[in-house]
Design a protein around this ligand. Structure first.
Ligand SMILES: Cc1cc2nc3c(=O)[nH]c(=O)nc-3n(C[C@H](O)[C@H](O)[C@H](O)COP(=O)(O)OP(=O)(O)OC[C@H]3O[C@@H](n4cnc5c(N)ncnc54)[C@H](O)[C@@H]3O)c2cc1C
Length: 428
């Protein structure tokens, strides 16, 4: 170490919601810290596409919250915004591509079902589903729901870990009930400004080396930083690409290798009128909220409009289907979305005024889906190993959240938890 090199109390790697939330705790405690971010902007999987002239915006990544997500709701308000209702009526329905109402598919139902399934941990979720769900059509719908909701196909998922994950998502109300009154980028800017001179952008961390009492954080061969403590606030599948010194590698390799990346494509179409809200099913007019495509595993569509906002439908394509479509062109993906919608909603589905897409599949620094999940051969306890500090190092990301994993709320809670736990221990 050169004599003039500063030794920070803590270095946070990653300026997504987890990293920025950790940084906030460090700032409140008056610690000397730096945040090192790989890309040129903060936010990670929270990103808004804001049109410069009109201010009209579309969320490319995370979008929805509910009032159970207290940390996110607080941040939205601190950033000067309010909550606005998503157009989701109590009696709104979800249908499949055969225009039949899909029964209740949600976390409660699945947590219950997984209770029966979890016994065979060596089998992936798909195999266990095959044994337990007799009705083939129902199994197909559940598989599609799983791939859409967790952005990983059930062939790869560890049922026991998924049961635990669902158990950690304690929702009293629908998770898509609210949205912020402005772009979520405002939340990110608000948090980033709090740490403004302390964030270094375009600096992908390549090495984390333990040296005596300190850590050396390297950005290729160009730059390095020294800190007493480290928070690795990147998804576990992304952290695998960082080189760790030998003892760290031994400790964390199995846990980091236990995760599999999600894959998701989000396509939002805007319409002059929300024609799908007058949907006739068995002679009755119903308000349609969404479509779950059992035949296209991992594809679902929802009414993403706000009550007083533009009429919008958003298609989420999750898992293997997202990977497959990521290999095609934007035009081909748009056509896929329109064809799926037209099949169910008729020709009006093709009369949209614009379409905005974001392909998150295999993003070098964000992972590819809402979050990574434990694969079927992975260590069920991986999350525990990563989320507790050891030797002044800890991991943080939505996957490791004590509550609301896979959501923004989980990322915020995980970042706070990691920082609180890490600074509980002495700084020598
Ligand atoms: C399409 C989509 C829709 C979603 N919808 C919702 C929703 O409606 N509601 C909801 O609550 N959640 C939603 N989510 C999930 C939510 O976005 C994530 O859970 C959350 O943003 C994850 O935050 P994070 O900080 O854990 O990780 P990330 O956002 O992935 O942040 C990680 C950060 O680390 C940086 N990084 C990575 N590697 C390095 C490195 N080597 N060196 C330095 N920096 C590095 C990355 O650049 C990034 O900035 C959605 C996600 C997606 C993709």
């Amino acid at each position: 170490m050169k004599p003039e090199e500063p030794v920070y109390d803590v270095i946070v790697i990653g300026a997504g919601l987890a990293g920025l939330s950790a940084a906030r705790e460090l700032k409140n405690k008056g610690l000397q810290y730096k945040v090192i971010e790989a890309t040129k902007q903060p936010g990670g999987k929270v990103r808004s596409n804001v049109e410069a002239d009109s201010g009209r915006y579309t969320e490319l990544g995370a979008q929805f919250v509910n009032e159970d997500m207290v940390e996110m709701v607080r941040l939205i308000r601190e950033a000067g915004m309010e909550l606005e209702r998503t157009y989701l009526l109590d009696d709104a329905i979800i249908i499949n591509e055969r225009k039949t109402e899909v029964g209740h598919i949600g976390f409660d139902h699945h947590a219950e079902l997984l209770g029966d399934l979890a016994f065979k941990k060596k089998n992936p979720l798909s195999a266990v589903l095959k044994e337990v769900v007799e009705d083939e059509e129902e199994a197909k719908a559940i598989k599609s729901f799983v791939a859409a909701e967790f952005t990983v196909n059930s062939e790869y998922i560890n049922p026991k870990a998924l049961k635990r994950l669902i158990g950690n998502i304690t929702l009293e109300e629908d998770e898509v009930k609210f949205q912020a009154s402005g772009p979520l980028d405002n939340v990110i800017q608000f948090l980033a400004e709090e740490s403004s001179e302390r964030i270094i952008y375009q600096a992908p961390v390549t090495d984390i080396l333990k040296q005596k009492n300190n850590y050396v954080i390297k950005i290729g061969n160009q730059q390095s930083y020294i800190a007493k403590k480290v928070i690795v606030a990147v998804p576990p599948t992304v952290a695998r690409r960082i080189r760790f010194s030998e003892s760290l590698q031994e400790r964390y390799q199995r846990a980091l290798n236990s995760f599999i990346d999600g894959a998701v494509i989000k396509i939002t179409l805007s319409y002059k009128e929300a024609f799908w809200r007058h949907f006739s099913i068995r002679g009755e007019e119903k308000t349609l909220f969404g479509v779950l495509f059992a035949e296209h595993e991992g594809v679902n569509v929802m009414d993403s409009s706000k009550v007083a906002g533009e009429s919008r439908l958003t298609m989420f394509i999750g898992g293997d289907k997202a990977k497959e479509l990521s290999e095609t062109s934007p035009e081909a993906r748009e056509q896929f979305a329109v064809d799926c919608l037209t099949e169910v909603l008729g020709d009006q589905a093709g009369k949209y005024s614009d379409s905005v897409e974001k392909v998150w599949v295999e993003s070098l620094y964000f992972g590819g889906g809402y979050g990574a999940v434990t694969h079927f051969a992975g260590d069920f306890e991986a999350k525990q190993v990563l989320k507790e500090p050891h030797d002044n190092l800890v991991f943080a990301s939505t996957e490791l959240a004590p509550e609301f994993p896979q959501f923004m709320e989980g990322a915020v809670r995980s970042g706070k938890y990691a920082a609180e736990k890490l600074i509980e221990e002495r700084f020598d």
